[in-house]
Design a protein around this ligand. Structure first.
Ligand code: GLY
Ligand code: MN
Ligand code: MN
Length: 462
């Protein structure tokens, strides 16, 4: 290390977790096999995987938060190391070309350490030009995976992000390794700690901004380390699906909190939503009904389930719930066909999750890249695959009073199915979403989120 340079030691990967250490070699073996298969299919001998370039704002010298190439992250837990490269050649240990610039303006990535380094031939470079020395000479036998173009070096490799190879890798990533599942269990626990702290802040009457601060403190993440921007929505803000404004003052009257917030471990995300009533018994009862419905949907998860069909079935269940809660009248068929359930629940039932919160490959029929479209009338469903063991996905039904969608029902046959007085009652509460992350098993699922809430004891060490 040069004198005067500060090295980064991120809490996210400087400390080893014995359980992860044990599982990591098998993970690397699986990721290697997936690359063997993809390279073979496209007639290439080496995969060169680029972590990414920092991005600078237009006419400015400020950088956007760095988000690493997810292909790079599925090899190594280096969420904050730009300009680094993995070179994988079947049969050889993967090479990690680790970029550690001499820079006294910024904190630079620290010396690679931890269990994962043993699976790599690590080569530290201090200039971008030095990366080239560690790349295969036969460039025509390489594929390059990463964001390249005006913003990134192509290292003289012409085959950049070949679709066939990427399709294979994306399809395979839908099934998680034991290591990935262990990371996601820990990410769920980390997120559950944040949710518990956020609920306590809500009960004390805090603003959205202060609930957010309580959450970030409990998970020990800065805003940029969160897997996605927290949704912390008091009252009617819960009806804005991606509400991210964070009012600095609490509203005069507090009715409800919808919090959609996750956490990361080694790059792997959790994605959790809970909704709370500030004391209104009728809204509390509606939340209980949604929990019950969400658990019944989760109870149907198992290998072999067609997720598009489950999404449509969840609309039928919501139709029954709307009738029981006196928000609507009519048969499930009528409420689905007239668009009533779609107005109250306008997003997908769930999505794959991994190093990306909305993990790739949700619409893939197979590794060829053939697409499974969402069912008609449900364009926002991100997962249409048949579930297989060790997929990890979210189950997140919702029920909201979204004026622009409900107003569209006026003057249509749906108008007479809606109890508009009840919608008026619901509006100040915004809406409800209950979101868990689950792992598919042969005959059911493991609910990472509910297990995490049950096991969290207030210790934030992981
Ligand atoms: N937090 C984003 C989502 O639930 O999909
Ligand atoms: Mn989600
Ligand atoms: Mn979410």
């Amino acid at each position: 290390m040069k004198h005067g340079m500060i090295m980064r030691m991120s809490a996210d990967y400087s400390a080893d977790i014995p359980e992860l250490e044990k599982l990591y070699p098998d993970h690397i073996a699986t990721v290697s096999k997936r690359h063997d298969h993809a390279l073979d299919h496209v007639g290439a001998s080496h995969a060169v995987i680029f972590s990414g370039m920092p991005k600078v704002a237009f006419l400015d010298d400020t950088q956007y938060p760095f988000i690493a190439n997810p292909h790079f992250l599925s090899w190594v837990p280096l969420v904050a190391v730009p300009l680094s490269v993995i070179v994988y050649t079947p049969g050889a240990a993967p090479v990690l070309v680790y970029y550690q610039p001499h820079d006294y303006w910024h904190v630079v990535p620290g010396k690679p350490c931890g269990y994962w380094t043993e699976s790599f031939d690590v080569r530290i470079v201090h200039t971008i030009a030095d990366i080239a020395e560690h790349l295969p000479e036969e460039k025509d036998k390489c594929i390059l995976i990463g964001e390249i173009g005006t913003n990134g070096p192509d290292f003289g490799i012409e085959r950049i992000n070949p679709t066939k190879a990427l399709n294979m890798l994306h399809f395979a990533r839908g099934i998680k390794t034991g290591y990935e599942i262990a990371c996601m269990r820990l990410a769920s626990r980390r997120g559950a700690r944040g949710h518990i702290a956020a609920e306590a802040a809500f009960r004390e009457g805090s603003s959205e901004f202060d609930i957010h601060r309580a959450y970030c403190g409990a998970v020990s993440h800065t805003d940029n380390e969160l897997p996605y921007t927290n949704i912390i929505a008091l009252n009617q803000h819960g009806a804005v699906l991606h509400y991210t404004n964070l009012d600095r003052r609490p509203p005069k009257e507090i009715h409800s909190l919808l919090i959609d917030a996750g956490a990361r471990i080694r790059g792997y995300a959790s994605d959790i939503t809970r909704t709370y009533s500030f004391g209104d018994a009728r809204f509390d009862e509606l939340i209980d009904r949604m929990h019950d419905m969400q658990m019944r949907i989760t109870g149907k998860i198992r290998a072999g389930v067609n997720f598009s069909e489950l999404h449509v079935e969840s609309h039928r269940m919501l139709a029954e719930l709307l009738v029981e809660a006196r928000l609507a009248v009519g048969s499930p068929d009528a409420l689905l066909a007239s668009g009533v359930t779609a107005a109250f629940f306008p997003h997908g039932l769930g999505h794959l999750i991994g190093v990306q919160v909305h993990d790739v490959g949700g619409h893939m029929m197979d590794e060829s890249g053939a697409v499974l479209d969402p069912p008609s009338g449900h364009p926002f469903l991100r997962l249409t695959r048949t579930l297989t063991e060790n997929m990890v996905l979210t189950i997140e039904p919702g029920l909201y009073a979204i004026d622009i969608l409900l107003d569209n029902l006026r003057g249509t046959p749906a108008e007479h199915h809606v109890n508009w007085d009840a919608v008026e009652w619901l509006r100040p509460f915004g809406g409800i979403r209950i979101e868990d992350d689950v792992r598919v098993t042969a005959d059911g699922c493991e609910n990472l989120t509910r297990n995490a809430f049950a096991s969290v004891d207030g210790n934030v060490s992981t």
